[in-house]
Ligand binder design. Structure first.
Ligand SMILES: [Zn+2]
Length: 236
């Protein structure tokens, strides 16, 4: 198989960003001009969605290339106001190549109600993403957001920003989007279970068994439970 040329790679990555934006908007994970998506294209360069664009109407022309200082290298308009949050995540995670940020309503409602999503409830989520930590509230678009994200993204592929939204990272925009979709689905299922009665957590032994399967399936990414915070979760 011949290697993809750099031009073809850039064109493909732009299409992948656009596809993730359209999915996020269609699934109501964002409204109006909310949300942003990026891919890393070099050690210190990324392509990111343009500021102020509706992601349901996004095209490849709305993707902007910036360096890790935030300088625009290619594209028209301003890059997303959350560009430095993406840069912080890439700096902390050399293993990732894409980031999605959205406002999935059920998961955001959990953070507003002060109910943690860092519980072991759904086996598939425990196995893949582990738990979803919540970063304490910071004012959106300020430099406090990247600072807060930096500390948590080291340990997790998916996190919640209190009262704001989700940040999910992965190997491609689709990979990161799937984590966002799983996160919102887990929040929705948990909310439904709460209407029916008390949410029953998976027992610690079963959580350990699920985590042991990670190496068998050679799962990429970082799972906060793999940092042996199980005892902490079940003690609290
Ligand atoms: Zn946001």
């Amino acid at each position: 198989m011949t290697a993809e040329s750099p031009e073809i790679t850039i064109a493909r990555l732009k299409r992948e960003i656009v596809a993730a934006c359209h999915r996020m908007y269609a699934q109501h994970f964002i409204v109006a001009t909310d949300g942003n998506v990026s891919v890393r294209i070099a050690e210190d360069e990324l392509m990111i969605t343009r500021s102020g664009i509706c992601k349901g109407e996004m095209t490849e022309a709305d993707v902007i290339t910036v360096d890790f200082e935030g300088r625009v290298l290619e594209g028209d308009g301003r890059p997303s106001s959350e560009t430095f949050m993406h840069i912080a995540a890439y700096e902390e995670r050399p293993d990732i190549a894409a980031i999605v940020h959205a406002h999935p309503p059920t998961a955001v409602a959990f953070t507003i109600a002060g109910v943690s999503l860092a519980q072991c409830v759904i086996p598939e989520v425990v196995l893949t993403m582990g738990t979803v930590p919540t970063v304490p509230y910071t004012t959106p678009t300020t430099k406090d957001v990247p600072l807060a994200v930096r500390a948590v993204i080291r340990h997790a592929d998916a996190l919640m920003l209190e009262r704001h939204g989700a940040v999910c990272v992965g190997l491609s925009p689709k990979d990161a989007f799937f984590k966002l979709e799983k996160l919102e689905h887990a929040a929705h299922v948990t909310w439904l279970a709460q209407q029916l009665g008390q949410v029953q957590l998976l027992p610690p032994d079963e959580v350990r068994r699920l985590l042991a399967l990670r190496s068998k399936f050679d799962l990429a990414g970082r799972n906060p439970l793999a940092n042996d915070c199980i005892a902490e979760l079940f003690d609290s």
